[in-house]
Ligand binder design. Sequence first.
Ligand code: HEM
Length: 128
Amino acid sequence: MVNTVLHLHIASWIIGVLLALFVGHGYSRGKNVKVPHMILRLIYFAILGTGLYVFIEIPKANMPTNLMMLYNIKMTAGIIMLGIFEFFTISSKKGRKMLVPAVIFGLLFLTLLYLGFRLPMGIQLFGK
Ligand code: HEM
């Protein structure tokens, strides 16, 4: 079950990132992307819900404190990323300069990929 939810987590953040880019670029081109933006906001709950579920289900009794710390950082960064999706799309809607939102978006996303693929569940690309 946890593995299925982890796959749902991956699927939902992939859809979230693609939709955020689509909505942000849509607004800057003056397109009507209100419905995709609403769907993006629903996706936040899928990302958050699946992430929290996985965290609640993993055995924590003998977890080393450094790993627990990494989980806490991963989840905090994940929640901040949801805010950055809004920062990105709304900045674009308001016609603001996109450099700062785009850089924060990119850096935080890379950090999340690193942390997620470093943590022990699912795919492990970094560390042990
Ligand atoms: C857009 C935001 C997010 C991105 C890009 C992201 C990315 C990732 C990635 C790449 C993984 C690793 C998947 C694997 O190893 O197969 C992962 C796992 C995980 N994520 Fe997220 N995540 C996001 C949001 C969140 C949120 C909001 C939470 C919880 C509050 C969360 C909690 C978790 C947990 C607990 C895991 C399992 C870690 C493990 O043991 O491998 N994530 N996420």
